[in-house]
Design a binder for this molecule. Structure first.
Ligand SMILES: [Zn+2]
Ligand SMILES: [Zn+2]
Length: 161
């Protein structure tokens, strides 16, 4: 839990620095990503006319598989400009964990990639094009098939919302 004491804050700023165990983040299993490091944070909390302002940075590491080549990949998720505002909290000890967790999860990438220029898998033979070249010839059959399919966005355009 990451908490700030309102009583202390009324006197001075509070520096919050530390780590929470990896399960602090409670990342859903559906994401295919697992936190593999503690959640590291460095925050400053201050009182601004009765409300609490928390700013700072955090980082943590996640593991999953590359969305293109399916190789295992580990990536650091971080933010350096976290900013949270708590409007006139009426408690002695303010638990800011839920809000911090929410901000942390917002930084999760939609897709993990082993590198930005990962070549992925050959869609014919399945070989990993980062490590090998195959002899498959791309005859554009797939592209032609794509053109014949109805475009779902075109239907949306006609709705003229
Ligand atoms: Zn990859
Ligand atoms: Zn191939």
């Amino acid at each position: 839990m990451i908490r700030v004491s309102i009583g202390l804050l009324e006197k001075q700023k509070q520096e919050l620095e530390g780590e929470e165990p990896a399960d602090f983040l409670d990342i859903g299993t559906g994401t295919g990503m697992d936190p593999v490091s503690p959640f590291r944070y460095r925050l400053t909390a201050e009182m601004v006319s009765g409300s609490v302002l928390v700013r700072g940075e955090f980082s943590y590491d996640i593991a999953g598989i590359c969305g293109r080549c399916l190789e295992p990949v580990t990536q650091t998720v971080s933010s350096r400009d976290l900013a949270l505002y708590f409007d006139h909290p009426l408690v002695e000890e303010l638990d800011i964990s839920p809000e911090i967790r929410e901000e942390a999860l917002l930084e999760l990438p939609i897709n993990l990639l082993c590198s930005d220029d990962c070549a992925g898998l050959c869609r014919h033979c399945g070989c990993n094009l980062n490590h090998a070249d195959c002899d498959c010839v791309d005859d554009n059959d797939d592209t032609a098939a794509d053109d014949d399919r109805p475009d779902p966005w075109a239907a949306l355009d006609q709705l003229k919302i």
